[in-house]
Design a protein. Sequence first.
Length: 398
Amino acid sequence: MRAVHVKRAFKYRFYPTDAQAAELWRTFGCVRKVYNLALAVRTEAWTRQERVNYNQTSAMLTAWKKTEELAYLNGVSSVPLQQALRHLQVAFTNFYGKHAKYPRFKSRKKSRRSAEYTASAFRFRDGRLTLAKMAEPLDIVWSRALPVDASPSTVTVSQDAAGRWFVSLLCQDPTLGPLPATDAAVGIDVGLDHLVALSTGEKITNPRHERRDRARLARAQRQLARKAGGEGANRAKARRKVAGIHARIADRRRDHLHKLTTRLVRENQTIVIEDLTVRNMVKNRKLARAISDAAWSEFRSMLEYKAAWHGREVVVVDRFFPSSQLCSTCGSRQDKMPLHVRTWTCHCGTTHDRDVNAAKNILAVGLTASVCGAGVRPQRNTPGGHSAMKQKPPRREP
């Protein structure tokens, strides 16, 4: 089979020396400063109905380095600073294309601390990575192997709120390719009691990672609230403890979703899911925490890019399709289906599990759209996915 040559990021944890950590902190600060300076210039030009592009900000960076006030920018590698300007250009391109909001200034306390190095600013030989301005290679924990003869095109170094250091290597992965074709197809209905219900009748339990650590998180947050404000060492330590618990929750959630989505993609040729507006659903104050913990958007994203890697198809059913109200056996539609109703019996005598029945209906309409393209309408930019329903179907009498 022909391999799908895509660029894939491999992320690892590393432990810098004191000198390396100091150099990276300086780099993070300079990256943030250059980004904010360029954004301020472009914002001022925007108020005058003018546009400043990347080349102009790059020339400004050269001039900034020559000033006495910003001479410290010469002390770090110039590549991450140029990459910050490129990232700002991408942000403005997305804004002009109406794909994102207007770029925001980076905050020293809240923004992600990261720096991106291109091939001219690092050396990768024999599994040892050395960044510009550093004499020693990074002490990386190689938790998984890179592709054979991998040659990273960019390297991104970051530090999370819990103080952990990570390095992400972007390189071609020739091992990815289409999986053997199969006739299997599955419909998926996401939920809260169960993370997903499959049209095969299987239900995957919702691990509720946030709930498992909720007491520990609440205790750490109370300890943080009792610390005096400012930049004291005790407050910083308490803040890192809270961030560490959040990181633990996110890591376990991501690991579970990776295992589940990989299994679904490997076992099925066609995967049918619902197009849910999660950002609107989390406005429900009673369900917002549970919906966020379920991470439905991340689940869908993983399914889509893994399906693209392995030659599978993801079909997205319109959010208005009444999957829970239709009988998957006779097709009749119930007038109402409150959330507390988990099982119900149709006029035809079939007793349904609410979620499994919905998954079967989702699969049926998704396969119809996949075969004949009926009622296809994309709800949002979804690489590898398309919507299967255009509007509410007419009610069908039993």
